[in-house]
Design a binder for this molecule. Structure first.
Ligand SMILES: [Zn+2]
Length: 92
């Protein structure tokens, strides 16, 4: 996934680290790097929104704020498919 704009850090790497970002498991340094990237890269920001959804879902379903990786992957794939099926045109 890429928005076509060059970034200091590869989008794939950011998306890998988004989990850490959400879990507050990465250093302040990395967090600011990720945040900067999300600010300038809307595809990644959208993906980040998906991760937040996954976390909320997991919290609701499992009562825990961490899910096994396998479950996360399954949820993520499902939500990604949903997003891709939904027209993303803004109103107006
Ligand atoms: Zn990106």
């Amino acid at each position: 996934m890429s928005c076509g704009d060059p970034h200091e850090i590869d989008c794939g790497q950011i998306l890998n680290e988004v989990y850490l970002y959400l879990d507050l498991e990465c250093s302040d340094d990395r967090r600011s790097v990720i945040k900067t990237h999300l600010d300038e890269c809307s595809p990644c920001l959208r993906e980040y929104g998906i991760e937040q959804e996954v976390k909320a879902l997991v919290a609701r379903c499992c009562g825990a704020d961490r899910a096994p990786l396998e479950l996360r992957d399954r949820l993520r794939a499902k939500i990604t498919a949903l997003v891709l099926e939904t027209p993303s045109r803004e109103l107006g």
